[in-house]
Design a binder for this molecule. Structure first.
Ligand SMILES: *Cc1c(COP(=O)(O)O)cnc(C)c1O
Length: 353
């Protein structure tokens, strides 16, 4: 016997590398290459160090209200957490408590199975079709809950609104979580569904479209009753999730919809140009509705490209996993960063072809 028999043993999620070296082109963790709203810098100057003596607002009211206002919802329909990872973990804990397995795609955000394992929630993954699209009928089986990103990660493909509604409607006894981490890059939000269904939850984040991965803000929309259950669990776990600077800076960002829309538009424009370039170079890819492209080359193995780029200080993401180990996920950077990427790829392909 040892105390180690009683440890909750988990295989942790592996986030993308955050290299310490300077002068790299970082296209590996879907961060936004453009800065957040200038209002954030102003709000930063307004922070009062003396205010830090006090606990922050446990209800995060200012930020909840800002999000509700900007999205035309009621405050009772909004939940805020420390990045959407925190929100999603809280959702799993609150709503996935049946003995039936929860369902999510086989190729998807690789945190879902980690949370399920950690919280001992049974799960069964549902294979995407050969073009990496979700098959609606897979989510009409008996289940203890459903979660999928829309657009999906790391594929970038979207599920139509009607299909999402069909899944929500077919599962009145389960919570369906739509993880919209990338929705602002050209997809349609499932948010309106919360008016019709209290079993759907839509999560979004400041980390991608709003250029604030470092601040850690994520949020969820759902019917007031659903949000109430979520808050009850949150207050039973940690009342003060968001710190005072986070609340102030996050609130400043939310109200500037113009800045983030402009940045998303730039990224979508760069994405369209990059897709053309990739195809010209012999890569295959599906249309992406996110801030990354999921690409595979007809001749050169993904791992080889990954290593070569890394040696040249260009970081992209390669997943050593079944079905997708021939692919690279490339975050859309600035036009200049993408030029550096394509210059390096051109060089590599010259020697390989
Ligand atoms: C990035 C990402 C998240 C989490 O982002 P946070 O930084 O924790 O807000 C959640 N889901 C998907 C699919 C993501 O790609």
């Amino acid at each position: 016997m040892s105390w180690e028999n009683n440890v909750r043993k988990v295989v942790p999620y592996t986030p993308g590398e955050q290299p310490k070296v300077k002068d790299i082109v970082k296209l590996n963790t879907n961060e936004n290459p453009y800065p957040p709203s200038p209002r954030v810098a102003e709000a930063l100057k307004s922070l009062d160090v003396n205010r830090m003596r006090l606990y922050p607002d446990p209800k995060i009211e200012d930020l909840v209200h800002a999000i509700a206002t900007v999205y035309g919802r009621k405050d009772e329909e909004v939940f805020v957490g420390i990045g959407s990872d925190d929100v999603l973990a809280m959702l799993f804990m609150t709503f996935f408590n049946s003995n039936k397995p929860i369902l999510f795609p086989d190729i998807t955000y690789s945190f879902y199975d980690v949370w399920a394992e950690m919280l001992r929630i049974p799960y069964v993954t549902q294979p995407l079709d050969e073009n990496f699209h979700i098959r609606v009928q897979d989510y009409k089986k008996e289940n203890g809950g459903i979660v999928f990103p829309n657009p999906n990660a790391p594929t970038g493909s979207v599920l139509a609104q009607e299909a999402i509604e069909e899944i929500v409607k077919a599962n009145p006894d389960s919570i369906v979580i739509v993880d919209e981490a990338y929705v602002d890059f050209g997809a349609e939000s499932a948010l309106p569904l919360i008016d019709k269904y209290d079993n759907v939850i839509v999560t979004q984040t400041f980390s991608k479209s709003r250029s604030m991965a470092g601040l850690r803000v994520g949020y969820a929309f759902a019917a007031p009753k659903t949000i109430k259950y979520l808050n009850d669990v949150k207050y039973s776990f940690n009342s003060y999730t968001m710190n005072y600077p986070g609340i102030v800076l996050g609130t400043a960002e939310v109200y500037d919809t113009e800045n983030f829309r402009k940045n998303c538009a730039k990224i979508m424009d760069t994405r369209a140009k990059a897709a053309v370039r990739f195809r010209e170079m012999g890569f295959t890819l599906e249309d992406s509705f996110s801030n990354f492209l999921f690409v595979t080359h007809e001749k050169v193995p993904a791992k080889k490209i990954f290593d070569y780029l890394r040696e040249n200080h260009i970081f992209v993401r390669w997943f050593n996993k079944p079905r997708i180990d021939r692919y690279l996920r490339v975050t859309i950077g600035t036009d200049e960063e993408m030029e550096k990427l394509f210059a390096a790829l051109t060089k590599l392909l010259e020697t390989e072809a």
